[in-house]
Each structure stands twice: as structure tokens, then as C-alpha cells.
Design a protein around this ligand. Structure first.
Ligand code: NAD
Length: 264
């Protein structure tokens, strides 16, 4: 089966760096029109560069600034995208942050910041996406899903992570959000899944593996013996967004070089 996302409109949150960029470029190269969401003025130049690279490669995309933890901004983003492109077919709920602290030293601000982006942000975007999928309805000429949501979760939705309670709690909650939405909207032909990355080379963990010793300890946890790249996640996102995965919903797909095999 040919995998094509032609005529599909995709919003990728937090797409101005890392995994979001990898996903945005992969979706665009498969034919989707991609909204490269970024959070603030500071990330505008990065987002513009990515859109330029997408267009230079023959794809379609625009930048869109929106803080996904802010309800009014998320509602406006979906309204603006529907006004410009007619609809939204794919939501990639990718934006995420870390504010690490030993639990007894974790401030309420650190807790709220991570839950606000990683969980509330995914709730707000999923809600607006599903409203749009329902407004547009099922295409009677096609038997496949009319809307697809892909949450970017983490292996830490099932593996506890000392020193990162806020982050692990946000990812564990995404699992239940994703499964509940898959149940609630399956009959409306909306598919909802999660990608659960292991260790992927991106800015979020620049400082985590900056010594050979740290890298060796990490590689010891990865049977496939390499760090993942944003492109690895992009490839999976294209599959999950495409008709080739039409019977997959409610699934957390681990993409981690085998890291989670140590958990079973
Ligand atoms: P990253 O820091 O490069 O990307 C996160 C992106 O989210 C950034 O572009 C940032 O600007 C954006 N963002 C932050 N707050 C935002 C907000 N309020 N509104 C909109 N955008 C916002 O890191 P990454 O590794 O690419 O992370 C992407 C996702 O992958 C995150 O959800 C992260 O938890 C998840 N993840 C990453 C890894 C890894 O090893 N890199 C592993 C598992 C899961």
C-alpha cells in the first residue's frame, strides 16, 4: 500500500525543534500540508527555517505561533487553520517540557508548568481537533478514519522516572487520555494513538548525555545500541497518520530501540 498524506492538513505542536521538526518534515514529505506550531516569538525564526526547508523540498507548510497551554490561543489556532485550509485532518500533540527536581524540592510552579504544557496542552488541542473532525463528519465515500490524533508521550508513561515526577505523571496521564478518546470517538471514525519515544537526540536532553560515561550508561539500556533520531519518530508518525494504520487506535507504540523490553 502506498503511504500518502496528500490533501491532508496536519497541525504539529512544538514543531520548531527536535521530534516535532522530524515529524513535520516527514508528514510534509508524504504530501500533508503542515502547520508548524511554535510557542513564542523566540522560536519564530526556527519555525520559519523549517517551513522554508519543507517548501524547498516541494512540500507545503506555514508557521503558527500558539502556546498550547493557553485555551484562547489553541481555540484561535484551530479556527484560523480551518479558515485558511478548510479543515484539520491530523493533530500531532507533541509539545512538551521538563522541569526536573527531587520530589520534595519540586515547586508548585514546576509541577504546574509541566502539567500545563504536557497534559493540559494535549487536552486542549485534542478537544479542538475532535470538534473539527465531528463538524466535518465521516466521508461516506471512504471507509477509513476521518480524523487522526497522535499524542507524543514517552516510555515514561509506563517507566517511573526518579527526579522527574511531574514529567512522568504527565505522560502516564496521556496514556489514559489517549485510550479514553479512542473509546469515546471510535464510532465517529476518529483514531487516537500515542507514540512513546525512548532516548531521542533532541534539545530537551542536550545536557543529559554530554559525557561519554553518561552516554555509555544510556546505551547499556538500549538493546539496539543507538540513540534514536527525530526522523525515526517522523517515520512512525506518517504510518500512524496514514490509512495504512487504519485499524490501529487506542495504542501506545513504543519506539525505543528495545528499551522497554527490560520492563517486561
Ligand atoms: P524539544 O525541547 O526539542 O521540543 C519540545 C518543543 O515543544 C519545543 O519546540 C518547544 O518550543 C515546544 N513547546 C514547549 N512549550 C510549548 C508550549 N507551551 N506551546 C507550544 N510549544 C511548546 O524536545 P523533544 O525531545 O523534541 O520533545 C518533543 C516531545 O517528545 C515532548 O513531548 C517530549 O516529552 C517527548 N519525548 C522526548 C524524548 C527524547 O528523548 N527527546 C523522549 C520521550 C518523549
Amino acid at each position: 500500500m502506498e503511504i500518502s498524506l496528500r490533501n491532508q492538513v496536519a497541525i504539529v505542536t512544538g514543531a520548531s525543534s527536535g521530534i516535532g521538526t522530524g515529524i513535520a518534515k516527514s508528514l510534509a514529505s508524504s504530501g500533508a500540508t503542515v502547520i508548524v506550531n511554535h510557542s513564542s516569538e523566540r522560536s519564530l525564526n526556527d519555525a520559519k527555517t523549517i517551513v522554508r526547508e519543507i517548501i524547498d523540498a516541494g512540500g507545503k507548510g506555514i508557521t503558527y505561533q500558539c502556546d498550547v497551554s493557553k485555551e484562547d490561543q489553541v481555540v484561535k489556532m484551530f479556527q484560523d487553520v480551518v479558515a485558511e485550509f478548510g479543515t484539520v485532518d491530523i493533530l500531532i500533540n507533541n509539545a512538551g517540557i521538563q522541569k526536573d527536581a527531587k520530589f520534595t524540592e519540586m515547586t508548585l510552579d514546576q509541577w504546574n508548568a509541566v502539567i500545563g504544557v504536557n497534559l493540559t496542552g494535549q487536552f486542549l488541542c485534542a478537544r479542538e481537533a475532535i470538534k473539527e473532525f465531528l463538524r466535518r463528519g465521516i466521508d461516506p465515500s471512504r471507509s477509513v478514519a476521518c480524523g487522526k490524533i497522535i499524542h507524543v508521550s514517552s516510555v515514561h508513561e509506563v517507566i517511573p522516572w526518579a527526579g522527574h515526577a511531574n514529567y512522568a505523571a504527565s505522560k502516564g496521564a496521556i496514556r489514559m487520555l489517549m485510550q479514553t478518546l479512542a473509546q469515546e470517538y471510535g464510532a465517529d471514525k476518529i483514531r487516537v494513538n500515542s507514540i512513546c519515544p525512548g532516548a531521542i537526540q533532541t534539545p530537551i536532553n542536550t545536557n543529559a548525555w554530554n559525557t561519554q560515561e553518561a552516554m555509555n550508561s544510556l546505551l547499556a539500556l538500549i538493546p539496539y545500541n543507538r540513540i534514536g533520531q527525530p526522523q525515526d519518530i517522523g517515520n512512525l508518525a506518517v504510518f500512524l497518520a496514514s490509512d495504512a494504520s487504519d485499524y490501529i487506535t487506542g495504542a501506545s507504540i513504543f519506539i525505543d530501540g528495545g528499551m522497554t523490553t527490560f520492563e517486561s
